[in-house]
Design a protein around this ligand. Structure first.
Ligand SMILES: [Zn+2]
Ligand SMILES: [Zn+2]
Ligand SMILES: [Zn+2]
Length: 117
């Protein structure tokens, strides 16, 4: 494993974090399927995970409010498509644009990223 990068650009989107690879894996989540980055409500910036946000940002993380679930919020690190939060939540762990497999274990952390009210 290499040290990775503090920022990568995927599609038109810049992703910040710790130890990133070209498909937005990070130091904390680096399996084959850990290829999404999530936009944080606080700073409108994509990070691969909440631990990256905690390490790099200078403020507390705020999840995306439900009112913005139809806006782009989840970036596929494989094809660079920014999915809406809703399409990500309904995609059954597979990118609707390119078919890449997403880590189903992320569901356990959704409350940190998506505020369902
Ligand atoms: Zn933030
Ligand atoms: Zn991370
Ligand atoms: Zn994709």
């Amino acid at each position: 494993m290499t040290d990775g990068e503090p920022t990568v650009t995927v599609g038109d989107h810049e992703v910040h974090g710790v130890g990133l690879d070209a498909e937005t894996r990070c130091t904390h989540y680096a399996s084959e399927r850990d290829v999404v980055a999530i936009r944080f409500g606080c700073c409108d910036t994509y990070y691969p995970c909440f631990r990256c946000h905690a390490a790099v940002a200078d403020h507390d993380a705020t999840p995306i409010p439900e009112a913005e679930f139809d806006d782009p919020g989840v970036l596929c690190g494989v094809c660079g498509t920014a999915l809406t939060v809703r399409s990500y939540l309904e995609c059954d762990h597979e990118c609707p644009a390119c078919g890449a497999a997403f880590n189903p274990g992320c569901v356990a952390h959704h409350d940190r990223y998506f505020d369902r009210g």
